[in-house]
Write a new protein. Structure first.
Length: 410
């Protein structure tokens, strides 16, 4: 029997910028409405990898009695016109919206419903929802998704068995097969409803690299790396940081994980502080740790604060700068002890709530950030947009025309 009845919702986001002579160069923000309800959780992505694709915003919101999940289709030119919404779920126990996995024209988005892992699936024509069968008998309190060349990988924290479970979904298939697990009685993994960090996946869509970031019941944060081409997989664990043991639910302690060239960046709110760890492939047992300061969970419009990350990457896939959001937009150099800068023009500073972003790179060299998040001052969801000035010309493989590619989506 499911023994939890209340739901606490938070989300992630990410953003990016460019630099000139070491100083952030940032344009003015504008915004367009895309949904008339305030988001409790949100994810932003695209429907395809082609030029000027339709944007996808998954919005989890509350209608006053139930939590609901809608899929928003935002067509080019992304000005808020002709947005359509598909209602996917309407139930009380709906939370833990995971990342959007887009793979070969099929989209998969996981979430928790009635403490099982469910997925919303778009087959190129229509949406459907289904439960991962292997999650029915136990209670889960997290869900995430990552793409590699081997398929879509769905992970979640099994509260009943104190472990992380991972399921494999092959491209263009509606089947979800058990892939692997770690934790359990000998090395219990704690989850959000225990008061621990929400686990997250970081994957390489062009390879077979997978990493899960999680927290044990003794407070130790760790990573588990694995090769997604192996079945069954071997999980290699490394310590990140020893923190106080979780003592029960107080607020959702979010995290993010992002694969970059040569390593992984994770961020986590384990103790009310915005922390990051840079984990190099060359020595995953020696992460570079940073504390960005206290997170304000009492914004002007929301009583929680989501966090996320998008890297600033040049045309050679080299990581140039980190961009981390936990209420403020923090900017700092990779593997550096220098203090972080902040963007004083960030429009959602102090507002609170969930955020999610993607970068749009034009063949002309212009770069734009599209940030999905709350509407300032009233209920609703907006796209907050700005041009990021850059001295770099991106070569996207398009022979002519001012077309675009999208990147750095969560």
């Amino acid at each position: 029997m499911k023994k939890f009845t209340s739901v606490f919702l938070v989300l992630l986001l990410g953003i990016s910028y460019r630099v000139c002579a070491g100083v952030p160069v940032m344009g003015n923000w504008s915004n367009v409405p895309i949904f008339n309800q305030a988001p409790l959780e949100i994810k932003l992505g695209t429907f395809s990898d082609g030029p000027d694709p339709d944007l996808l915003a998954m919005v989890l919101w509350n209608d006053g009695s139930s939590n609901r999940l809608d899929a928003l289709k935002i067509p080019f030119p992304y000005d808020g016109s002709n947005v359509t919404s598909t209602s996917l779920e309407n139930t009380a126990t709906l939370f833990a919206l995971g990342n959007i996995c887009s793979n070969g024209g099929t989209i998969v988005v996981p979430y928790i419903k009635n403490f099982n892992i469910e997925v919303a699936r778009f087959n190129g024509l229509s949406w459907s929802t289904l439960m991962i069968p292997g999650t029915f008998s136990n209670d889960f309190d997290s869900a995430d998704c990552g793409v590699t060349q081997d398929g879509n990988f769905i992970s979640g924290h099994d509260m009943t068995d104190s472990e992380i479970e991972i399921y494999l979904n092959l491209s263009n298939s509606s089947n979800f097969n058990f892939f692997g697990r770690f934790g359990g009685v000998s090395a219990p993994v704690a989850g959000p409803f225990d008061g621990a960090v929400r686990d997250t996946l970081a994957t390489d869509r062009n390879g077979s690299f997978g990493l899960s970031f999680y927290q044990r019941s003794n407070g130790l944060t760790r990573t588990a790396t694995f090769d997604t081409s192996d079945n069954p997989p071997t999980f290699n664990h490394n310590d990140v940081q020893q923190l106080p043991p979780p003592v029960g639910f107080v607020f959702v302690k979010e995290s993010f994980g992002f694969r970059v060239l040569g390593g992984v960046v994770v961020g986590y709110n384990a103790d009310g502080n915005a922390r990051t760890a840079e984990i190099p492939d060359s020595d995953p047992s020696s992460p570079t740790l940073r504390n960005l300061g206290t997170i304000n969970n009492n914004g002007s419009q929301f009583t929680f604060q989501g966090g996320s990350y998008v890297p600033n990457i040049d045309e050679e896939d080299t990581l140039v700068e980190h961009n981390v959001i936990w209420g403020d937009w923090f900017i700092f150099d990779p593997f550096s002890a220098k203090p972080a800068n902040t963007d004083v023009n960030f429009p959602l500073m102090g507002v609170g709530g969930p955020l999610s972003a993607c970068n749009r790179r034009m063949s002309s060299g212009k770069t734009f950030t599209y940030l999905a998040g709350p509407r300032v001052g009233t209920d609703g969801t907006d796209l907050h947009i700005r041009e990021l000035e850059t001295d770099m010309i991106f070569t996207d493989g398009f022979e002519s025309g001012d077309v675009s590619v999208w990147s750095n989506c969560p």
